[in-house]
Ligand binder design. Structure first.
Ligand SMILES: Cc1cc2nc3c(=O)[nH]c(=O)nc-3n(C[C@H](O)[C@H](O)[C@H](O)COP(=O)(O)OP(=O)(O)OC[C@H]3O[C@@H](n4cnc5c(N)ncnc54)[C@H](O)[C@@H]3O)c2cc1C
Length: 277
């Protein structure tokens, strides 16, 4: 199904942003592959939009939503998951099948594809620690199997040598003998310290080496500071909340203001974690 002029604010957890000129929701990998074989327009892959902001002037190309790529099963002790599966569902599935290590994923509101692209992590674990292999699709619709060694994987950063390829599924090794963590406790910890439930993208900035972005922003006096409808959270200074119909420009201007203030006061350059299109 293809839609035209679809507002990306509907698909991003910040509830802000411009339109995508085309929006494609493939039913399965075959439909996606066929589409890519004949497509010539720029492509943007979107999972749950929990780390994404599309500028107000929009994206002139095809946004592909992975929602329907959501198979989830166990083959030879490994969990195989489609890119569109939510991390919370993957975490629940792993526990229900007595496979442990995926507990931390329950606290991250993204999809498997988005987590692979970002090397999402929480509570000391990162998603790529558990990847055995991934299936990718190229811009021309070709499928490939890739392995962790094919990528340069760092804190919230994944680079590969194969040009533009997108993740369509992953095989995970969640085979610890017992749970790493208690999921309820992880979620309580998170709810206590972060503004969960309000429109945000989680942490806006990566933590600089040996420091915390939230600490630097808070000590710069920016908690509660707003530009237009975008505000620095009072609860967690590394969160920007869309408090009052913020435009993508409000959010980006606030990001720049935070970066400039922290640079002036602490001489630290904050790098964004959020992806801005
Ligand atoms: C309340 C809140 C709390 C959060 N807490 C955490 C946290 O603890 N740890 C953490 O790491 N993150 C956290 N995040 C950020 C976010 O949830 C993660 O980065 C998540 O992995 C993004 O997944 P997504 O499906 O939403 O990706 P999207 O936002 O849809 O996309 C993010 C990027 O990945 C690309 N992408 C998406 N799918 C694919 C694919 N299939 N193939 C290739 N590229 C793809 C997109 O093009 C984009 O560049 C939080 C966000 C929120 C709103």
């Amino acid at each position: 199904m293809i839609k035209f002029n679809e507002p990306m604010s509907k698909h991003c957890s910040l509830r802000s942003g411009g339109m995508t000129s085309e929006f494609f929701l493939p039913e399965d990998i075959n439909e996606l592959s066929l589409f890519l074989k004949s497509n010539v327009k720029p492509i943007l892959l979107v999972g749950l939009g929990s780390n994404l902001l599309v500028r107000d002037r929009g994206f002139n190309g095809v946004t592909i939503h992975t929602k329907n790529l959501k198979e989830l099963h166990i083959t030879n002790k490994y969990i195989e998951s489609g890119a569109g599966t939510s991390l919370a569902k993957l975490s629940r599935f792993a526990q229900a099948n007595l496979k442990y290590g995926a507990e931390f994923l329950s606290a991250i509101p993204g999809s498997v594809g988005g987590a692979l692209a970002m090397n999402a992590g929480a509570f000391g674990s990162e998603v790529w620690q558990y990847v055995v292999s991934v299936q990718t699709i190229s811009l021309s619709g070709e499928l490939q199997e890739r392995f962790p060694n094919d990528y340069e994987i760092n804190y919230r950063s994944v680079k590969h040598r194969f040009g533009d390829e997108f993740f369509i599924s992953a095989r995970f090794d969640f085979n610890l003998n017992k749970p790493n963590d208690n999921v309820r406790e992880l979620l309580d910890k998170r709810n206590f310290s972060q503004p969960i439930g309000l429109p945000s993208c989680g942490s806006v900035f990566k933590n600089p080496k040996d420091n915390y972005a939230a600490k630097l922003i808070e000590s710069s006096g920016l908690k509660g500071f707003c530009i237009g409808g975008a505000c620095v959270s009072e609860k967690h200074a590394n969160y920007i909340i869309n408090q009052n119909n913020a435009t993508a420009l409000d959010i980006e201007n606030l990001i720049i203001h935070i970066q400039n203030t922290v640079k002036t006061l602490h001489n630290v350059e904050l790098e964004t974690e959020i992806i801005i299109i």
